[in-house]
Design a protein around this ligand. Structure first.
Ligand SMILES: [Zn+2]
Length: 491
């Protein structure tokens, strides 16, 4: 009898294992195969020299003062004019909101929706006290050991120089775009883009412009960042998470600390309970939406257990979700995150305070909203709390569909230039100027093929920011080929 049960169990296990194996093998690669892009004669040393020159202007913006460092911005504009003569002769250049740049390259087909390349030219400041940790001074603009070093090399002057270089080359070859091509370069992206991107959108709305797509900074070409994936990955950001901070305030009778009321009833006690609930009963981490499409695209390219598990979510779904939820970066792709950032109460060591306050920051997953986050907080903390949303809150952006013509052109361009790289949609967790373009763009992509390994990630807004000269050449080829592919008939 026991033997028969054992055999039955064994048989069932074998069947399950067979189903898992078949499913794993059946999930073929979703990567498109395309012919390699034609070679492009490119003087990468000359491009590196242009980027180094652009880095020397200290274009650090100020949130409140539009004239801050204006001289540096204007010198950079003059430098670009001198180094990209064809761009400035053939394209229209307009100043938006004072210091941001909008270039227009008229297309031959007035009925075709225009496209927009974006790359801001303001930069993040150098954290005080870290200047000495740079291998080369951050605004010296040096090319050394195969890299262009300095603030803005990666974020985001590298992309701007590459876009202008690609257009300069296309103009020199007599290329005429079918769709009108805009280049927008914000001068205040690092301080939220209210003067630049926001005004540019207003201007284009007045002109009744509707864009086919926008491509801006965001995710990059990562190597060794995704566990189980040996190949480099080009994750194309198809949505941006939303952002909100909520202040919680609770009051209770103040008193002397020699006769405290029952535990949990003081303002601090109630706040502590509320914060613990918010941390422990967070939004669930689920493999859905962009995260599901991302891991579904990566699964067939992975090795070992990761591939088996991701190819068999019908069986391993809960296990995979709990594993991914443990990593901070994968968890952030799967849920609206909760982070307590400010706590305030009390000012005397022997007085029980009558008021306690805290602020909790949420990064909102597409599917949730500012309003649903507010409802969530209310349901966890109860009616006794005053809740207030901080200024600067935004809903998540819509998700750009991956079955659009624009996505396909982008995907094919990447595969023709980086044939070993896996292209997949991803979720951008930070913010970019492109968020302002939601009202006027059909598709928004937050991606550039800047190569980054895990050890490079702290260079962004950090110390020793740099881009390799070879990679800068790849950026030029990417924008050059993307614009050429747009002129080709739809595949
Ligand atoms: Zn940036």
């Amino acid at each position: 009898m026991t033997k028969r049960i054992l055999l039955a169990v064994l048989g069932l296990l074998l069947l399950l294992a067979a189903a898992v194996a078949v499913n794993t093998m059946r999930q073929g690669s979703r990567q498109v195969t395309v012919a390699p892009a034609p070679p492009l004669a490119l003087d990468t040393a000359a491009v590196a020299d242009k980027l180094a020159g652009a880095i020397r202007f200290q274009t650090v913006p100020s949130q409140d003062d539009p004239a801050f460092n204006a001289g540096e911005f204007r010198k950079l504009h003059a430098f670009l004019e001198q180094r990209f003569p064809l761009v400035h002769a053939k394209l229209q250049r307009e100043f938006v909101g004072g210091l941001s740049l909008l270039y227009t390259w008229k297309g031959s087909d007035g009925g075709a929706r225009p496209v927009m390349l974006m790359a801001h030219h303001d930069v993040a400041p150098i954290a005080p006290g870290t200047e000495g940790k740079w291998e080369v001074p951050p605004f010296s603009g040096q090319v050394k050991d195969g890299y262009v070093w300095g603030r803005g090399a990666w974020d985001d002057k590298g992309n701007l120089v590459a876009q202008l270089e690609a257009i300069e080359l296309l103009l020199a070859s007599g290329f005429q775009p079918r769709q009108t091509v805009y280049v927008f370069s914000g001068a205040d992206e690092e301080v939220a883009g209210q003067r630049g991107a926001k005004q540019a959108v207003k201007l284009l709305q007045e002109r009744k412009v509707r864009l086919d797509f926008v491509i801006d900074e965001g995710l990059v070409l990562t190597e060794g960042v995704i566990p189980g994936l040996a190949a480099p990955a080009a994750l194309v950001g198809v949505a941006e998470k939303g952002y909100t901070s909520i202040q919680l305030k609770v009051s209770a009778p103040p008193g002397h600390s020699s006769m405290p009321p029952p535990a949990g009833t003081t303002a601090v006690g109630q706040l502590t309970t509320a914060l613990r609930r918010l941390e422990q009963e967070q939004f669930p981490a689920e493999l859905k939406g962009v995260a599901r499409e991302l891991f579904g695209t990566l699964a067939p390219e992975m090795h070992g257990l990761q591939r088996v598990a991701l190819s068999n979510l019908w069986l391993f779904g809960p296990l995979v979700e709990s594993q991914l939820a443990k990593g901070a970066s994968t968890s952030a792709m799967m849920r609206t995150t909760t982070a307590v950032t400010i706590v305030n109460a009390g000012n005397k060591e022997n007085v029980i305070p009558g008021v306690a306050e805290a602020t909790v920051n949420f990064r909102i997953l597409p599917g949730d909203t500012r309003a649903s986050v507010m409802r969530h907080v209310r349901s966890k903390v109860g009616e006794g709390f005053e809740l207030k949303e901080w200024p600067g809150s935004v809903d998540p952006t819509p998700v750009t569909p991956t079955d659009s013509h624009a996505y396909r052109v982008l995907e094919r361009t990447l595969r023709s230039l980086f044939p070993d790289t896996i292209v997949a949609p991803g979720l951008y967790i930070a913010g970019s100027d492109s968020q302002h373009f939601v009202p006027i763009a059909d598709n928004i992509f937050r991606f550039s093929p800047v190569r980054a390994r895990p050890e490079d990630l702290p260079r962004l807004h950090g110390t020793n920011e740099r881009i390799s000269v070879a990679n800068l050449g790849e950026l030029v080829r990417f924008y050059h080929q993307l614009l050429r592919n747009l002129n080709a008939p739809a595949p």
